[in-house]
Write a protein that binds this ligand. Structure first.
Ligand SMILES: C[S@@+](CC[C@H](N)C(=O)[O-])C[C@H]1O[C@@H](n2cnc3c(N)ncnc32)[C@H](O)[C@@H]1O
Length: 213
């Protein structure tokens, strides 16, 4: 990991022992994930964890907006869930993290327990689109999409419907896999309910806020 990342981590850490422990766990998980993925030929069996720079940005935004209610689609081994839960826990918030794969969610549970954040996260083994379709209107501060990208357009309009006005939709990999997210990006950009931008951090984060009050 670069010096820049180490500095960024220290800068968001507020100097608590618990925060330092969490950051050390995250750094170790990230390094382990890179090594695991480099040795795994099957893309679907890789962890494909969010880049620390993108996770840091989202952690700052979550805390800045006072988020307490968040869902992520695509848990993997819980790396991004630990980042988000750590930010949400500061306001007694909750994360719903959804993955179709029960085995990766078992790893996530172990990692969340190691971080002391298991109580902040509901892990649900299910299809992300099915879960989004059943969530109530306007109940989320933040929705993070990090699963199989070509599925996202089929989930429309739920990624917008579930957000409160002023809520945030974040989508990873929009610069690393532009063709796979093109249809979803077009939906976002055409929506009169959203204002969006793409941030060149990590693999490219699409950020969109739901307009209205
Ligand atoms: C890129 S990884 C998630 C990485 C994780 N957010 C992190 O940063 O640690 C993608 C995950 O999406 C899951 N997935 C694929 N299709 C899905 C679907 N339809 N609903 C929920 N999860 C899905 C995969 O099992 C995989 O664990």
């Amino acid at each position: 990991m670069s010096d820049t990342n180490a500095d960024t981590h220290a800068g968001t850490n507020a100097g608590t022992d618990a925060g330092t422990d969490t950051r050390q766990l995250l750094d170790a998980l990230y390094r382990d994930g890179l090594a695991h993925d480099a040795a795994q030929e099957d893309r679907l069996l890789r962890r494909r964890n969010l880049e620390p720079e993108a996770a840091t940005l989202l952690s700052v935004v979550l805390q800045s907006m006072g988020a307490t209610s968040m869902a992520e689609i695509g848990t993997s081994n819980g790396y991004s869930a630990i980042w988000f839960a750590s930010a949400l826990a500061r306001r007694n918030g909750r994360l719903l993290s959804v993955d179709v794969d029960a085995s990766v969610q078992a790893q996530a549970r172990t990692n969340l327990e190691a971080a002391g954040l298991a109580a902040t996260v509901e892990l649900r083994t299910a299809d992300g689109g099915a879960v989004l379709a059943e969530l109530p209107d306007a109940g989320l501060d933040v929705l993070f999409l990090d699963s199989e990208r070509p599925e996202y357009p089929h989930w429309w309009p739920h990624p917008v419907r579930v957000l409160r006005p002023g809520g945030l939709l974040a989508v990873d990999n929009v610069l690393s896999h532009p063709e796979e997210v093109a249809e979803f990006r077009a939906l976002v950009e055409r929506s009169a309910e959203l204002e969006s931008t793409v941030v060149p951090v990590g693999k490219g984060l699409l950020l969109a806020t739901r307009l209205g009050t």
